[in-house]
Design a protein around this ligand. Structure first.
Ligand SMILES: [Mg+2]
Length: 362
């Protein structure tokens, strides 16, 4: 079976989050940027992938259209890992991390979707032993920068049944206000690399004292693993959404000190690189994979397929916002804090063509 067509689609779906739309992003964040990859085989099968695109959709689409997708046409659909490795080798001059690997991630996800569909099984069945059909989701709140608003949405998420809430707040008053309304739910805090080493030490001590499940990316740069290791012991640390390929995870694991590894399927290199990260920590009880997934497209479904085969109990990251439309007609949503993994072939669902047409950015 050969790939005979490859194209990308850029979408922007507006969302609301109940706040001011200002947080950790370069400018106001009020739309979900998506770059979808569509691969078609000579037998008529169609596979879908998603490349990371928040605030960089134009660059990612250009990398796909001009450089990556022409290399995919004509490939024999065999093992996606082999194809992805070949693409990485052919593209290594253009940066191993960042836009190139985001684009490759989209292709890799589409290749696995195709393989699952050609064999009539979900991708999870190709990745390993499927351990679960549903799992707890956590409400991943945007940064509100306003204690009352953040606490309101924390309370709302808990009332809806979430037992885990992740904040992107960076200062103590906001975090404390949310902590006060958790009603027994677990708290995670993600500061997207915004603290100095001194600030991080003091905040990590406090977050440890109040029982925070993990502190995510406390300091800049995210690949300063030594700095992270020095912070360990105060509160469990998480990191990984900004690492690309299993090579960077290997370095992180070698330095040690991080409890939760967070590969992001649309950034790390798709399923193929995520599977390598999972294999690296197989049998280790001191490290847990906790995928990063603030997505609503194929990246969301791909993450669910990955979560289905992880041996320990994992959490699914659900970005707690309200998109104007969903790319899928029946995208599983968390219900009382639990989300189900689709069991159809490949990723389990195909995008709604009407939504693609309506939200496409040309
Ligand atoms: Mg994060």
């Amino acid at each position: 079976m050969k790939i005979v067509a490859a194209e990308s689609f850029r979408l922007a779906i507006p969302f609301s989050d109940g706040g001011r739309g200002e947080g950790m992003t370069p400018s106001v964040w009020n739309r979900l940027d998506m770059v979808l990859v569509r691969l078609e085989t000579d037998s008529g099968l169609v596979g879908w992938g998603e490349a990371f695109a928040y605030f960089c959709a134009g660059a990612v689409k250009a990398m796909l259209d001009e450089t990556v997708l022409p290399l995919v046409i004509g490939c024999e659909l065999s093992d996606p890992v082999v194809i992805s490795d070949q693409l990485q080798r052919r593209l290594n001059l253009f940066g191993r991390y960042g836009i190139t690997i985001f684009a490759l991630s989209g292709v890799d996800i589409a290749l696995w979707d195709l393989l699952g569909k050609s064999e009539g099984v979900p991708v999870s069945a190709l990745l390993g032993q499927r351990c679960r059909d549903s799992l707890p989701a956590y409400a991943s709140l945007v940064r509100y920068g306003h204690a009352e608003t953040a606490a309101r949405f924390t309370r709302q998420a808990v009332a809806e049944g979430y037992r885990y809430v992740k904040l992107h707040e960076v200062t103590r008053p906001e975090i404390a206000a949310c902590h006060a309304v958790l009603d027994g739910a677990a708290l995670m805090v993600d500061v997207n690399c915004s603290w100095s080493a001194d600030e991080a030490r003091s905040m990590a001590n406090w977050l440890g004292e109040i029982g925070t499940l993990w502190l995510e990316e406390p300091t800049f740069p995210p690949e300063d693993f030594e700095q992270l290791r020095e912070l360990s012991g105060r509160v469990a640390l998480s990191c990984g959404e900004n690492l690309c390929t299993a090579w960077q995870f290997r370095s992180l694991i070698e330095v040690g000190g991080v409890r939760y590894l967070q590969p992001s399927v649309t950034k790390v290199g798709g399923f193929s690189e995520t599977a390598r990260v999972i294999a690296m920590v197989a049998g280790r009880e001191d490290i847990t994979i906790m995928p990063h997934s603030p997505y609503f497209g194929p990246g969301y479904l791909a993450t669910l397929q990955i979560c289905a085969v992880l041996p320990q109990e994992h959490l699914f990251e659900f970005l707690y916002v309200w998109p104007e439309a969903q790319l899928y007609r029946s995208l599983p949503q968390p219900e009382k804090g639990v989300i189900r993994v689709p069991d159809g072939p490949g990723l389990g669902l195909d995008p709604d063509p009407e939504i693609i047409q309506r939200y496409q950015v040309r």
